[in-house]
Ligand binder design. Structure first.
Ligand code: ZN
Length: 136
């Protein structure tokens, strides 16, 4: 498998408008994109540090995955995303290694990336996302 870098860290927040003040005014990062991903019931905001991004996730529906996460665990780190070359092959190889996949095949995520999630039960408690930018 060819992981190249940490693509982003996903952080669940109650309010992007509130949280972005910290990232922008205190940490001095710039929000370069706000995007709603309707099928995930989230609004996302992206900040860049080097080649890694911070992805803030605000739920648009209490029944969505981020709504439920915050209800159970509160705000905080939600997932880590690795950039990979060849996401289909990576998923096949993970499955062969007995890793539980949430997404059997890649789907379209924020920023037009192909993404797939691995189950935290197979990854020592860390919800893990693989991403591939096929437009680059
Ligand atoms: Zn993500």
């Amino acid at each position: 498998m060819n992981l190249t870098h940490i693509e982003h860290i996903g952080i669940a927040v109650r309010s992007i408008d509130e949280a972005r003040k910290y990232y922008e005014d205190v940490l001095g990062l710039k929000c370069y994109s706000v995007e709603e991903v309707a099928d995930q019931k989230v609004k996302t905001a992206f900040f860049k540090i080097g080649q890694t991004k911070i992805e803030l996730l605000e739920s648009t529906d209490p029944e969505g995955p981020i709504g439920k996460f915050i209800e159970k665990k509160g705000e905080g780190i939600h997932h880590i995303a690795f950039a990979v070359d060849g996401i289909e092959n990576a998923l096949q190889s993970l499955e062969k290694d007995g890793i539980r996949l949430i997404d059997q095949a890649p789907r379209r995520g924020a920023e037009g990336l192909d993404i797939a999630f691995l189950h935290p039960k197979s990854t020592f408690g860390v919800l893990t996302e693989l991403c591939e930018d096929k437009n680059k």
